[in-house]
Design a protein around this ligand. Structure first.
Ligand code: ATP
Ligand code: MG
Length: 190
């Protein structure tokens, strides 16, 4: 039996909090694999991403080399809208029936769960691992199976990192290999 978690996001770019969240979840819930799933066209961001899908995938791949439990999936590549329920179905189909499927996300993302496309089906398909994020509280619908990870309070975001880069400064909390990739490919600059 393996314990597998999906970790979706725009990862625009991936940063240290994403990695810390995944590592904390993997440690606390004995996960064998954490599958990072960069969104192609995230419904909650009105299709707006900054770096291209390929660049976001490459940055995630570089960062995920730091932990053998981490991998990156292109499962949402080419999808018109990346709905979690479709991704969950596709990944579930690759697992054994006894494998357990988790879904990692931050408190900000979980607080919007009721707005997700077919969220009750999502809730019936996975166990949520919800990680605290400064300034975000959430309530738990009764349909949801959920474990809380309240040990992390990391005020790091891709938005702040993009702002920092576009004003010509060097951002903290980006893995060095990812920062090198950003500079080599002239991403997020003005
Ligand atoms: P942006 O500022 O562009 O929204 P972000 O830093 O929120 O970027 P996302 O790619 O939107 O990163 O997030 C992917 C997942 O990681 C989401 O579930 C989000 O809640 C979670 N996450 C991101 N940063 C943190 C953090 N500092 N603490 C806890 N969870 C986080
Ligand atoms: Mg976000």
């Amino acid at each position: 039996m393996s314990r597998v978690a999906l970790f979706g996001g725009t990862f625009d770019p991936i940063h240290d909090a994403h990695l810390a969240v995944a590592a904390a979840a993997a440690g606390q819930f004995h996960l064998d694999r954490v599958i990072f799933v960069p969104a192609a066209h995230p419904p909650h961001k009105a299709g707006v991403t900054h770096a291209s899908y390929d660049h976001r995938v490459h940055m995630a791949e570089l960062a995920c080399q730091s932990d053998p439990r981490f991998e990156v999936s292109r499962i949402e590549e080419g999808t018109a809208r990346s709905y979690s329920i479709d991704t969950i179905r596709k990944v579930r189909a690759t697992l054994a029936p006894e494998d357990e499927l988790f879904f990692i996300l931050g408190a900000d993302a979980f607080s919007e769960i009721r707005t997700w496309y077919r969220w009750r089906e999502v809730a019936a398909s996975v166990i949520f691992l919800v990680v605290s994020r400064p300034g975000h509280i959430y309530d738990v619908p009764h349909e949801v199976r959920l474990e809380r990870l309240d040990s992390l309070e990391l005020s790091i975001s891709s938005s702040d990192i993009r702002r920092c880069l576009s004003s010509g400064k060097t951002p903290a909390h980006v893995p060095q290999c990812v920062l090198n990739y950003i500079y080599e490919n002239c991403l997020y600059s003005v």
